[in-house]
Design a protein around this ligand. Structure first.
Ligand code: ATP
Ligand code: MG
Length: 441
């Protein structure tokens, strides 16, 4: 299938070709034609599967036609949970809309100048990408005119609800025209999100693309640690033995992310931290430096867990376990994007085994436990599989990695899970090199 088969106009197809997109991903193939027909959509699909284009391409297609309304207000509004994600989505819109004449996009996010945003709103705008809080500030001072809004898009809707934005979202939705088209993207479409979705959409089409069970491109491992000092030694070993272009290390706390980033910098890595208490210009600079490859290791809180797309990230380390089981999926999804492969290593203290079980229950599979020779934990978590978790064995193809350590191979993790076949190490050398099964998209 090709993008032009989906009913997208030529200037957009050209921009996609220039971006190196050859064919639509599953979620794009389903969502784009439905959205072009004007349907409301509720969509969930795997991390890194191209959901941004799935909502932006139909939105940009609308921009090719003249607005029926008058005024300066936006024709499309995209809401995202974080500032970083908002600016990433705006950048994507500019890339996909490169050949559209007069396309004007504006991001409205906290931590940036009000004056600049206010001036941007005084001229006609096509697409606003906003975080709910700052958009509400502009709405309260009467600066946003939704009278010609055609499309409302919520990205990472479940996350916005978790962050307590439900009332803001309800207020924003109520301020938009009732005949708008609504596209809601969320990791889950049940529970609170489902109820909210029901209120804000009209006979929506549900699109749920299941995670591909086989050939997944993220190789996952679990390492148990005795205590914090042990965790630090494990991280050190992981980074030394890994062959990655860029990595993200997730920390549970802001202060923790700073401490780890400082330590890594002292060790000579180009590392930086990212968390919600940092000034916004600093946050932006950090992410830009990561995108440009100037930072090799980003140490972040969950502010970076959703949506952030940096294709060169080949390794994710959960230095601390995520607070909520579902965040595990989003964190590791920062690697292995768009058909690439990646490695995700989770460090847990032995006493946290019940939290590991909760993650396993959520993802419905067991995590392969591994050890780094010389850094084995002294305490062992109780054995046992989570109810409902199927043991698929390691999700990987062949070669490389964590199999039996070859003499003199300089590292490698000995798998000690009872799950799946024990891998025969064929990689040699660095632990993570070697071929992996490509994701079947
Ligand atoms: N059809 C395509 N062909 C090739 N690459 C694509 C295609 N669509 C999107 N991509 C690329 O895939 C990567 C992931 O896209 P995107 O960020 O939209 O994923 P996502 O589904 O929103 O992930 P997440 O759940 O983490 O937010 C991006 O680098 C994007 O440029
Ligand atoms: Mg996304």
């Amino acid at each position: 299938m090709h993008f032009s088969d989906l009913g997208l106009p030529e200037p957009i197809v050209q921009a996609l070709t220039k971006s190196g997109y050859e064919s639509p991903t599953d979620v794009q193939a389903e969502a784009i034609p439905a959205a072009l027909l004007g349907k409301d959509l509720l969509v969930s699909a795997q991390t890194g599967s191209g959901k941004t284009a799935a909502f932006l391409l139909p939105a940009l297609t609308k921009m090719g036609e003249r607005s029926k309304g008058s005024g300066n207000g936006p024709r499309v509004l995209v809401l995202t949970p974080t500032r970083e994600l908002a600016s990433q989505v705006e950048k994507n819109a500019q890339v996909y809309g490169e050949h559209l004449r007069w396309l004007r996009t504006v991001t409205l996010v906290g931590g940036a100048s009000f004056g600049f945003q206010t001036r941007a709103l005084s001229r006609p705008v096509d697409i606003i990408v906003a975080t709910p809080g700052r958009l509400m500030d502009h709405m309260r001072s009467g600066r946003v005119d939704f009278s010609r809004l055609e499309m409302l898009i919520l990205d990472e809707a479940d996350r916005m609800l978790d962050m307590g934005f439900i009332e803001d979202i309800e207020t924003i939705v109520a301020a938009t025209p009732a005949d708008r088209q609504t596209l809601l993207f969320s990791a889950t479409l049940d529970g609170t999100v489902g109820r909210m979705a029901e209120k804000m959409t009209r006979s929506p089409q549900r699109i749920e693309i299941a995670r591909k069970e086989d050939g997944g491109s993220i190789e996952e491992h679990l390492l148990y640690a005795d205590d914090n000092a042990h965790k630090a030694r494990l991280l050190d070993a992981i980074l030394k033995e890994s062959d990655f272009e860029q990595a993200v290390v997730f920390s549970a706390t802001k202060i923790g992310s700073e401490e780890i980033a400082d330590k890594l910098s002292d060790m000579g890595y180009s590392a930086a931290c990212l968390h919600g208490d940092m000034p916004q210009n600093w946050r932006n600079r950090t992410l830009n430096d990561l995108r440009r490859g100037r930072i090799k290791i980003l140490v972040a809180t969950d502010v970076a867990a959703r949506g952030i797309d940096v294709p060169a990230i080949g390794l994710v380390v959960n230095y601390d376990l995520p607070k909520q089981a579902e965040d595990y999926v989003h964190r590791i999804g920062r690697t292995g994007r768009a058909g690439r492969s990646g490695v995700a290593i989770t460090i847990a203290e032995s006493r946290e085994f019940h939290r590991v079980r909760r993650i396993e229950q959520y993802i419905k599979r067991s995590l392969t436990e591994a050890v780094i020779p010389g850094l084995e934990p002294t305490r062992r978590p109780p054995k046992g599989r989570p109810a409902g978790a199927r043991n698929n064995g390691p999700r990987r193809g062949s070669g490389g990695g964590y199999g039996d350590r070859k003499p003199g191979s300089g590292g490698g993790y000995a798998g000690r899970s009872s799950s799946g076949p024990r891998r025969s190490g064929s990689g040699g050398g660095s632990s993570y090199s070697g071929s992996r099964a490509p994701r079947a998209e």
